[in-house]
Design a protein around this ligand. Structure first.
Ligand SMILES: [Cu+2]
Length: 97
């Protein structure tokens, strides 16, 4: 290996996680989230939903049968909900990288 070149395995890898929305509920939040990871919000319902962080770090509308990517930009416990159906709620635990 050439001097000064780190092995590829040492590079921090960003991962994509899926949260499905179905039956007017968010699916379980994945474990092991880190800053820089992506959430793919997948709406399996026939009505639009949003994934809206209470701290406004993300706010996306997901049309029926569509999906939207959100990159996690901050660490912490991030509560989220749907602006159209405020009873729909969840929480992400995002670790610093
Ligand atoms: Cu909704």
């Amino acid at each position: 290996m050439a001097a000064g070149i780190a092995p590829a395995a040492a590079a921090p890898a960003n991962h994509q996680f899926v949260i499905a929305i179905a039956g007017m509920r968010f699916g379980a939040a994945p474990a092991g989230l880190k800053v820089g990871d992506t959430i793919l919000w997948v709406n399996r319902d026939i009505v639009p939903h949003t994934a809206t962080a209470r701290d406004r770090s993300f706010d996306v509308t997901v049309q029926p049968r569509q999906s939207v990517r959100v990159i996690l930009r901050r660490a912490g416990a991030i509560a989220f909900y749907c602006r159209f159906h405020p009873a729909m709620q969840g929480r992400l635990a995002v670790a610093a990288r």
